[in-house]
Design a protein around this ligand. Structure first.
Ligand code: NAP
Length: 422
């Protein structure tokens, strides 16, 4: 009976769904050992460090990941970095196939003057900061100004805007990183603009996220009705289903009864950013609008305009993605998730995506290699196995319990290793 060893690099949603697709393909005549390799001491990728802390329901998919991890043919190798602790070749030589599930971690650049001024940051920094990602434990964002501008009209822009504009008390019972919760509690920001460069009919938000906004108890949410009326006309008589749902949700916000909270989040459309200005630090953003040039004074700019994959040696990239054909990169190397198709879709999108790639991978398997595995390469390394991770997970959840939080996230890498038992 052929038994194949498969390595998956990256313990985010697309990695777990690739593992699940392999597990679902097991038959009496075909079995797999699955080794998942993750740079951080913690798995779950964007479910841990991307999904907004005030959206706990989305994180319940981690239960699916834990079920996959509990299967006897699955092993986690956390705190092991490809390119540092081992090379891609080390893996492709030993495993029958290697699946890259490394996502897209780098924020796209606007390419406008002033983008690199202090406090002009990327969502790719802000989001992992408030979510306790170890790489951003020491990141600093200045929240002393009254106004913040978020550039982009997608769900990540909305997450950033919402985290800045909600009453920090609403984060008390969430797993927001302690350092971020403390800073947000002292924040002076009272007005947040979320700016789209095109009309609302092109906004990349999704309707469920828009429909949640009026539920914010301490934030005025403003969308101009004339903007949405114009977008409805521009979308025509038969708009796509998603566009219609979005416009309906935005119209409901625009028509929502006015509130008078101290904090406001306002959506602006047809605002093309042209320059960020300030002496030493952000002071204003200049936009081109249909009415001409417009300046918004602000102390913080967050660009949330999409992501690119972090390049890895031995792999070719094109437009921020791993160069691939239907998920096959070359020889026995495959790619899934955002690294394969770019930063699009919700977490569940990765399930069908990974299933397709694993089907292709299986169709190309020949004689099993029997050439060893990762254990040959990282003998003296502090590897976070599933058991170590379960200890970290239990410790975080236990610290959260008396505070009414789902967990208290540990952002310090050494402390994570200590909780894991090292
Ligand atoms: P996105 O959905 O692709 O949105 C990117 C936004 O940036 C678009 O509005 C785009 O406008 C704008 N943009 C791009 N380049 C720009 C530029 N140079 N200047 C100004 N604006 C620019 O990306 P995302 O928000 O990063 O989200 C990534 C994926 O994760 C999406 O599929 C999203 O739905 C998903 N996600 C889901 C959730 C959730 O379900 N709760 C939460 C977060 C993220 P144009 O359309 O004009 O290019």
């Amino acid at each position: 009976m052929p038994h194949y060893k498969i390595a998956i690099v990256g313990a985010g949603p697309s990695g777990y769904f690739a593992a699940q697709a392999l597990q679902n393909s097991v038959t009496e005549d075909l079995t797999f050992s699955i080794d998942m390799i993750e740079r951080l001491p913690t798995p779950w990728g964007l479910v841990r460090s991307g999904v907004a802390p005030d959206h706990p329901k989305i994180k319940t998919v981690s239960k699916v990941f834990e079920k996959i991890a509990s299967e006897p043919n699955f092993r986690l190798f956390g705190n092991v970095e490809l390119g540092k602790d081992l090379s891609l070749e080390d893996l492709t030589n030993r495993y029958d196939a290697v699946v890259m599930a490394t996502g897209s971690a780098i924020g796209k650049k606007l390419g406008i003057p002033g983008e690199d001024l202090a406090n002009s940051i990327s969502a790719a920094q802000f989001v992992p900061w408030y979510n306790g990602h170890p790489d951003y434990a020491d990141f600093k964002v200045d929240l002393s100004g009254k106004v913040a501008v978020v550039i982009g009209a997608g769900n990540v822009a909305m997450d950033c805007g919402r985290i800045l504009a909600l009453d920090p008390k609403e984060l008390d019972e969430t797993d927001t990183a302690d350092h971020a919760h403390q800073d947000l509690s002292k924040s002076n920001i009272r007005k947040v603009f979320i700016t789209g460069r095109r009309g609302a009919e092109f906004a990349a938000f999704t309707a469920p996220e828009l429909r949640d906004l009026p539920k914010l108890e301490h934030t005025n949410v403003i969308i101009s009705k004339s903007d949405i009326d114009a977008a409805i006309v521009a979308a025509g008589d038969a708009p796509e289903k998603d566009v219609k749902s979005n416009l309906d949700a935005m119209l409901a916000i625009a028509e929502h009864e006015k509130t008078s909270h101290a904090r406001t989040m306002e959506f602006l459309f047809h605002h093309v950013p042209t320059e960020i200005k300030g002496s030493g630090q952000v002071q204003e953003v200049e936009f081109k609008t249909p009415a001409g040039q417009k300046v918004i004074k602000c102390g913080l700019v967050i660009s949330a305009i999409g992501y690119e994959a972090q390049p890895l040696s031995g792999i070719s990239y094109e437009k921020g993605k791993v160069l691939n054909t239907d998920g096959r990169v070359k020889d026995n190397l495959y790619v899934v998730g955002w690294a394969k198709r770019g930063p699009s879709g919700v977490i569940g999108t990765n399930k069908s995506d990974a299933a397709g790639v694993i089907e292709l991978l299986i169709s190309t398997l020949t004689t099993p290699k029997n050439a060893g595995d990762i254990n040959d390469l990282i003998v003296a390394h502090k590897v976070i196995t599933q058991t170590h991770w379960e200890a970290i997970n239990a410790a975080e959840v236990a610290s959260g319990e008396p505070l009414g939080k789902p967990r208290v996230k540990v952002a310090d890498k050494d402390e994570l290793l200590r909780l894991g038992g090292f």
